[in-house]
Design a protein around this ligand. Structure first.
Ligand code: AMP
Ligand code: MG
Length: 341
């Protein structure tokens, strides 16, 4: 199919109406959000969401997040909204937080990946909210990449992955957060963090009190182990090159590269460090700034492939605050391969 590209700079552009028209008619459209680009379609129509799975090559048991533009769209999707969920919404919506609750009957099984729960979020990106509002329905929107590849933080990568497979792509420049939303399940007590993101564990604790962090955030699932967040069991965010995380000081990292480099080695390091390294390098943000790293990590993972890297030696990020989200994505890109030096 031919994919239309709409370049927009504000939520008032008329291209927003054209994107919404396509969605109303059951089409699928890649849209910008503050986290990463999403591939959107009517969340209440399983035939539409099937097209999303097909375009991405996403396994059908990996559920989709439903995006809303107005709090009133939430209640019909879930069996009930507990106090704690409302408190989270009031504090962090619109924003990069996804809340899981038991689903209502109007949510198709295709969207929930066969689970009895549904993940919902209200994005803070004005263009995303305008598209949802004008399309008149909640939109299912997983990251707009080919399943397994790094999530797209600019339209260029969406075009690379999905051209010819979707009805339209709305290009609004770079995403401001750069990693996907935080996912928290309120279907158990205490609530369980399934995926770290821009809303940190500390920010969740502030509203919810005690939370648990799912084991899969830090560790590789054993073969056959059931994932609370089905997306976590899949190989993820991977460049074609092999990524290895090197844990140690910059001096130790540099020495490791000197001793182990080949022609095609690429360093994935922090800004400024590249000047001191004997190999080609891609940077992923400032050393002491986890938000900056979050904004740059997926782009950096795409760029190492553009350099034709075979092995990528990556710096180990701080893991507190938003750093947990950065680590979580990087460790999956590295298939949990960490070398301590
Ligand atoms: P993506 O849209 O590509 O950011 O992926 C959505 C993530 O949310 C995946 O890791 C899913 O497994 C997870 N997710 C979505 N819905 C649910 C749900 N009902 N229960 C648990 N995890 C979910
Ligand atoms: Mg994804």
């Amino acid at each position: 199919m031919e994919t239309q590209i709409f370049r927009v700079t504000s939520e008032k552009d008329e291209a927003i109406d054209r994107a919404a028209e396509i969605l109303k008619k059951g089409g699928i459209v890649a849209i910008p959000t503050e986290t990463v680009y999403g591939l959107a379609g009517n969340a209440l129509d399983g035939t539409v969401t099937d097209k999303i799975y097909a375009a991405k090559g996403r396994p059908s048991d990996n559920p989709l997040i439903v995006h809303i533009s107005d709090l009133a769209q939430w209640a019909p999707l879930v069996s009930e909204i507990p106090e704690a969920a409302l408190a989270l919404a009031h504090k962090y919506w619109p924003g990069p937080l996804t809340v899981i609750l038991p689903k209502s009957e109007i949510v198709p099984d295709e969207v929930s990946g066969g689970l009895s729960t549904v993940a919902v979020r209200m994005p803070s990106d004005e263009i995303a909210r305008a598209i949802i509002e004008k399309s008149g329905v909640p939109l299912a929107a997983p990251s707009a990449n080919t399943s397994g590849k790094p999530s797209p933080t600019s339209a260029k990568y969406v075009i690379e992955d999905l051209s010819g497979k979707v009805d339209a792509i709305v290009d609004a420049g770079d995403c401001s957060v750069g990693v996907e939303s935080t996912v928290i399940s309120l279907c158990e007590a205490p609530p369980r963090l399934l995926r770290p993101g821009g809303i940190t564990p500390e920010m969740l604790t502030e509203v919810l009190g005690e939370i648990t962090v799912d084991d899969a955030v830090y560790n590789k699932l054993a073969d056959g182990e059931k994932a609370a967040s089905p997306g976590m069991k899949y190989k993820h965010y991977s460049p074609d090159a092999q990524v290895i995380i090197i844990k140690g000081s910059f001096g130790e990292y540099k020495r490791f590269i000197e001793e182990n480099r080949t022609e095609k080695t690429v360093a994935l390091c922090f800004e400024g460090e590249e000047k001191e390294l004997p190999v080609r390098a891609v940077t992923y943000g400032k050393r002491d700034d986890s938000s900056d790293q979050a904004k740059n990590i997926f782009d950096a993972l795409r760029r190492v492939d553009e350099l034709g890297a075979d092995k990528v030696f990556a710096r180990f990020p701080e893991t507190d605050g938003v750093g947990l989200a950065v680590f979580n994505r990087l460790v999956r890109a590295a298939a949990f391969n960490i070398i301590e030096v």
